[in-house]
Design a protein around this ligand. Structure first.
Ligand code: HPA
Length: 247
């Protein structure tokens, strides 16, 4: 039986509250094992799969996530729609801590990651169109669901994907701002491109955990601050997803 929706949880979202769990699976893929069990259950009467991108105890750093295995495993389970939930730093003035953003663009600054299913010997070479990196109808469903759930979200913005695991320098953020990045996170890519390669609809829910380096008045960014802000934002995620599925 296929999945109506898959959710990939980022930092701060290691389980999906409200999901009535029926099974846990961990399929092997040609690319290795996914980050952990895919937890399958029912939400608003629909079959949903949840995967914690960093592992359930957050042991996998952004640059070591097996994005290909994660996306391939969800696809093999029949998921054709994926919501990626990502913790981010805010660059744009209206994207401060605790704001939820549904971005519409990406700039990829990552390196050394496996970015495609094509880089296996003999694989057919694909050049996906990525002008709109997120699937517009799925973004619209998320935005409408947020409205119904009474959660304020920002519609649009550019996600700058950095390599991590360190946070950025002020100069790097200034450059990203000049480039047009509104948010900075470490896990948005290559996940979105891999989902597109497999023909899956993909949208991102970005949870702002902190001001990016040099954007707020803090001298340095503390992990305590990041986790405290995320704890507030992550509680909104199940409400929005539930409203999306109930429609
Ligand atoms: N930079 C990159 N990734 C992040 C940040 C940040 O400031 N906050 C949360 N994820």
């Amino acid at each position: 039986m296929s999945l109506d929706l898959a959710v990939i949880g980022g930092t701060g979202l290691y389980q999906f509250p409200g999901l009535e769990v029926t099974e846990r699976v961990r399929p092997e893929t040609p690319y290795g094992a996914p980050s952990g069990d895919i937890v399958i259950g029912t939400l608003a009467g629909k079959r949903v799969g949840f995967l914690a991108r960093h592992g359930e105890s957050h042991t996998i750093p952004p640059h070591r996530v097996n994005y290909r295995a994660n996306v391939h495993a969800l696809h093999a389970l029949g998921a054709r729609r994926v919501i990626g939930v990502n913790a981010v730093g805010g660059i744009r003035a209206d994207m401060g801590p605790k704001v939820v953003v549904i971005p519409d663009q990406i700039i990829d600054y990552t390196h050394g990651r496996f970015t495609s299913f094509c880089d296996v010997d003999g694989a057919k070479v694909e050049h996906i169109d990525f002008s709109e990196p997120y699937t517009a109808p799925l973004r619209q469903l998320l935005l409408a669901a947020a409205t119904r759930a009474g959660v304020a979200v920002v519609d649009g913005g550019c996600y700058g994907a950095t390599q991590g695991p360190r946070l950025e320098t002020r100069a790097e953020i200034t450059r990203m701002q000049r480039d047009g990045s509104d948010l900075v996170g470490m896990t948005g890519m290559p996940e979105a491109a891999l989902a597109r390669e497999l023909g899956m609809a993909y949208a991102c829910m970005a949870l702002v955990a902190n001001w990016a380096a040099g954007c707020g008045d803090q001298a340095e960014i503390s992990l305590d601050e990041i986790f405290a802000n995320l704890a507030e934002c992550t509680s909104q995620v199940p409400r929005i997803i539930q409203a999306l599925l109930a429609a």
